[in-house]
Design a protein around this ligand. Sequence first.
Ligand code: FEO
Length: 396
Amino acid sequence: MKVQLKNSVYWVGAIDWNLRDFHGYITGRGATYNSYLIVDEKITLVDGVKKPFVGEWLGRIKQIVDPGKIDYLICNHIEPDHSGSLPEFVKQFPEVKIFSTKMARAGLAKYYGSGLPVETVKTGDTLKLGRKTLHFLEIPMVHWPDSMVTYIPEDKLLLSNDAFGQHLASTGRFDDEADQEEIMFEAQKYYANLLIHLSPLIQTILKKISELKLEIDMIAPSHGIIWRKDPGKIIQAYNDWSLFKAKDKVIVIYDTMWKSTEKMANTLVHAIANSGIAAKPLKLRENHRSDIMMEVLDSKGILIGSPTLHRNIFPTVADFLCYLKGLKPQKKFAAAFGSYGWSGEAVNNIIDMLHEVQLDVIDPGVKARYVPDDSENSQLLSLAEKMVSKIRDKKE
Ligand code: FEO
């Protein structure tokens, strides 16, 4: 069945129902690699698919045109989930011309050798296909240096590559054919795990799109569903996420050895919740770091707990902090806690890392020797109170 976005514009991508790990990010609902076919005087493909899906991709293209008649292939981004299919396409159909940014051309040569027929384009360049025109807009570092988007003004259609995507395999291709909660959940998880550290750049690009006064009535990303009913919804969400707007919510991320740090986590959760602020414990051995990052995105407060093991942070907590440091969420209150036996370095080490992430560290941290006693529990209650006051006083 042909999937048509606009007159003569089709989805010809691939559905990866079984993908559960996208370079370390858990993709519980699978993924899609979206590719778009524009049938005009110059027949054009926008983006490819991951290498194992070449057959599925060519099969979809063949339902519409003979792939040998494709004139142009636009490579918006070189990461192999989009470009992995390009060498095979060029091998079978060597007449095609590829268009990408200068950075992408260099990257494609590193991945696949210099045999691909690539011409470069830059922001402001256009490519006339016949009735339709492609406008190119580079978006360097959102999320790779080579990234760009392609806009078709005649259709008010933005082919946004990774931006505005979600990892979600589905039979429906459009937002009005899918569960809204599920789409926004996956879009938020995608932003939190791939884009949150690029938030200042995303703000700049959203402003640029607004200054260019691009009329957009459909956004077709390269992953997940196509926003045709309400593209404004995802643009608004990106604006909010990139401004670090968050809920009055605290997440208590921890791991535990003999349940003392877990007791501390539960004391904090109950104290914060009893003050009327949403709170949630997230044990690291039971929750994947990519699921936790989604909760970090919409929480105003983060508390991190670790027992001291071998004079350092417990390994699962250290793993999470390393991930957090790379993704660098901002404008959040943070603190640390944890149990120890004789030296208690973990809490201090966590605090150092929270400073490195540039979070707003609100407390020197609470330590409990072996098992939290009354005095240590009372320090936890003070920390909970401090967090609640910070959140109540925070102005957006
Ligand atoms: Fe979907 Fe950056 O690749």
